[in-house]
Design a protein around this ligand. Sequence first.
Ligand SMILES: Cc1cc2nc3c(=O)[nH]c(=O)nc-3n(C[C@H](O)[C@H](O)[C@H](O)COP(=O)(O)O)c2cc1C
Length: 307
Amino acid sequence: MAAVDMRVDLGGLKMRTPVATASGTFGYGFEYFGAVDYPKLGAVTAKGIRVEPWPGNPMPRHCEVPGGLVNAIGLQGTGVDHFLEITLPRYRATVPDAPPVIANIWGGSVEGYAEVARRIGDAVAAIEMNVSCPNVKEGGHTFGQDPKVLFEVVSAVRAATKLPLFVKLAPNVPSIVPYVRACEDAGADALSLINTIPAMVIDVERRRPVIANGSGGLSGRAVHPVAVKVVHDARAATKLPILAMGGVYEAKDAVEFLLAGANAVAVGTALFSDPGVVAAVHDGIADYCARHGFASVAALTAEGLQL
Ligand SMILES: Cc1cc2nc3c(=O)[nH]c(=O)nc-3n(C[C@H](O)[C@H](O)[C@H](O)COP(=O)(O)O)c2cc1C
């Protein structure tokens, strides 16, 4: 059988493979040079950025748990100007034939989000909105927790950018469907599913939370079945392309996502223990398609689950 066609189009973002990296687990793209097989990556998602530099949370800010990691980095970043002037050029100078960049953005207000998107212009290939951060003006609930607020913030960013626009949703809601609809109605081009799940670890001897922030977000193997369900539920509600993430450690995890309704996958926490996961997942998806008679990844996702 001829080589499997790995290309996918995620809401206008053209990826040479269906494997991306998840925001916050791959730095700004250049840090893994020499450790990751970049030609097997379809896109690189950068660490979250906002308009101004942001220090993040006090340390300690992460803790390994069975099946994953709890982190409360707190969206530390150098701000959008540094990203555009220093970080992006460094990524492109370091990585030959560099995969397209998805800029992950956040803000403390609706206007804050729109301003980052505006300043980015067309410097990257796509924008991913992290809506799991607090709306400072509205009492600190996250933007992604209320479909009306979500609609408002996605609409504002939609008006500020012509780039493919992804919205990244968190799974800790009773049903993902109203949030999916809000993104669709506001003009999003794709969904990223899922962000981390709120979690806490206690040091029983010190009788204190392990993480200085008190709590954080769970990622890694433990969240994978949760993510598969969210992707499946979202797929039943929308035709928007889905970039799935949450506990992809091997090709089987990625194929599960593709069968549940995702169009591409991102690897995250697994990269910390084995950067080789990118190549293994890429090659394993190709092998799965070949064994099951799919000429392309797009053909596999079009077919989906046998119910
Ligand atoms: C250390 C760390 C930092 C993260 N930073 C961000 C971030 O800046 N923006 C964002 O949208 N998601 C962030 N995430 C969430 C991941 O992109 C991903 O959605 C989540 O970890 C689930 O995938 P995984 O289980 O493969 O890690 C971060 C995750 C980790 C572990």
